[in-house]
Write a protein that binds this ligand. Structure first.
Ligand code: AMP
Length: 425
């Protein structure tokens, strides 16, 4: 395994990594960092928990360290687009950690908060701009920001952007960035529209995927309980109250109202629970999230959209109050526990009318929960019948260890355009 100091990163970056006590790069970092330093575009198939943020942030910092100079007013030298506000804030936090020994500016542009301070920040010019698509377009249309000198663009969690209907916005944004930029697209999965996006906006990308591994899902103890819808709140509360090992848990609900109702019930039972979903203000969401990270909030009740992409260490339990409509979401949800090699428990409450959803999940993960009235799952045929191709990456959280690198399926020629950077020999 290569060490950080063998990847070609500038000294202040290495010092910040030592401060973070990162001993060695994760597999995605080992592959993405040198390829980006060589000026390649990147398609990275990896999800949260793999260390993907540092994989693209560190090369950006290296680019800024190499280039020196300052951004022109109302421009950004690098741009990271993320689907959710929480993820944008989290990425910016990471940027600040990794750049603590450098003098660079980082601004977040996102909806749900007043635009004034963002406009002020942009007016001076920004080294690293982290943005959600809607507000970014707003600032572009009012002239608060132009992307004419943006050298690196990162599209993070591209499949989530697709789910949230952001692809047209992304295309508008990409049309305004200089052609000789460097672009990296990160996504947990590669549905067709994301492939098309990559084909349209990336040049000879190096494709890097964190290899599928059996470890993450196996580290999670998965249980399903048959519970009538009307009994779920009561059963959930009992499960949490009576089990001392429930230290920090996320409860997933399908709807925002459902999240509020469940939270109310848990609070009435004396638990420290708070909800996070799209109807909450950005400040409320961030406060809840911080409280959860700090341990002041024990139970986070969340909808899928609100929770995806967020890195919360040490979640002991994930509860699926309702089963998700899409089986992939199940894997995303339970992947919030058992992170960084730890074990975790995922408990799903399945009402009778949710059995078809459970069957889909069983088929996707290739495991039967043996719930009464359920047949054993039939494995999908490879690439058969338009289902998920079998060679797609396993989407349980790939741990840092033992997921053995990935593949580089296309080797473009290194470009030395504006965003291109070459490692010092
Ligand atoms: P991410 O997948 O970017 O959300 O990162 C998941 C977590 O891994 C974050 O808490 C990072 O701070 C942490 N992390 C990233 N890279 C490393 C590394 N090389 N060693 C240890 N922890 C890391």
């Amino acid at each position: 395994m290569k060490q950080f100091n063998e990847l070609g990163l500038a000294e202040p970056i290495l010092r910040a990594l030592t401060d973070q006590k990162y001993t060695e790069p994760t597999p995605i970092q080992t592959q993405v960092i040198p390829a980006m330093l060589d000026g390649h575009d990147i398609v990275g198939i990896a999800q949260t928990g793999t260390g993907k943020t540092a994989a693209f942030v560190l090369p950006i910092l290296n680019y800024l360290a190499q280039e020196g100079g300052r951004p022109a007013p109302k421009t950004c030298r690098s741009l990271i687009v993320a689907p959710t506000r929480e993820l944008a804030v989290q990425i910016a936090d990471n940027v600040r950690k990794y750049s603590k020994h450098m003098r660079i500016s980082c601004t977040v542009v996102m909806g749900g908060v007043k635009p004034g301070p963002q406009i002020k920040g942009l007016s001076r010019g920004v080294d690293i701009l982290v943005a959600t698509p809607g507000r970014l377009l707003d600032h572009m249309s009012t002239g608060a920001l132009n992307l004419s000198s943006t050298g690196i663009v990162i599209l993070d969690e591209a499949d989530q952007m697709l789910d949230m209907g952001f692809i047209p916005a992304i295309r508008k944004i990409m049309a305004k960035v200089p052609k000789d930029r460097q672009t990296a697209l990160l996504s947990a999965t590669m549905p067709k529209p994301i492939r098309a996006l990559a084909a349209d906006f990336l040049t000879d990308p190096v494709e890097i995927s964190v290899a599928p591994t059996a470890t993450p899902i196996e580290l999670i103890e998965q249980k399903v309980m048959a519970v009538a819808m009307a009994d779920k709140r009561h059963v959930l509360t009992k499960l949490i109250v009576e089990d001392d090992s429930v230290d920090r848990a996320i409860v997933f609900t399908r709807t925002k109202h459902g999240a509020d109702r469940v939270t109310k019930h848990l609070v009435q039972a004396g638990l420290k629970a708070e909800a996070i979903h799209g109807n909450k203000s950005q400040n409320q969401r961030q406060r809840t999230l911080n409280g959860f990270k700090e341990g002041k909030v024990q139970i986070l009740v969340a909808t899928d959209v609100a929770a995806r992409g967020i890195d919360i260490p040490d979640v002991s339990h994930v509860f699926n109050f309702e089963l998700p409509n899409v089986p992939e979401s199940y894997v995303h949800r339970i992947g919030r526990t058992a992170r960084a090699g730890k074990s975790g428990v995922a408990i799903s409450l399945c009402a009778p009318d949710e059995k078809p959803l459970l069957r889909d999940i069983e088929r996707t993960i290739g495991k039967s929960f043996g719930l009464p009235g359920m047949d054993a799952p039939r494995q999908r045929k490879p690439n058969g019948g338009g289902g998920r191709p079998q060679n797609k990456p396993h989407r349980g959280k790939p741990g840092f260890k033992g997921n053995g690198g990935g593949k580089r399926s296309s080797e473009g020629s290194g470009r030395s355009g504006r965003g291109g950077q070459r490692r010092a020999a």
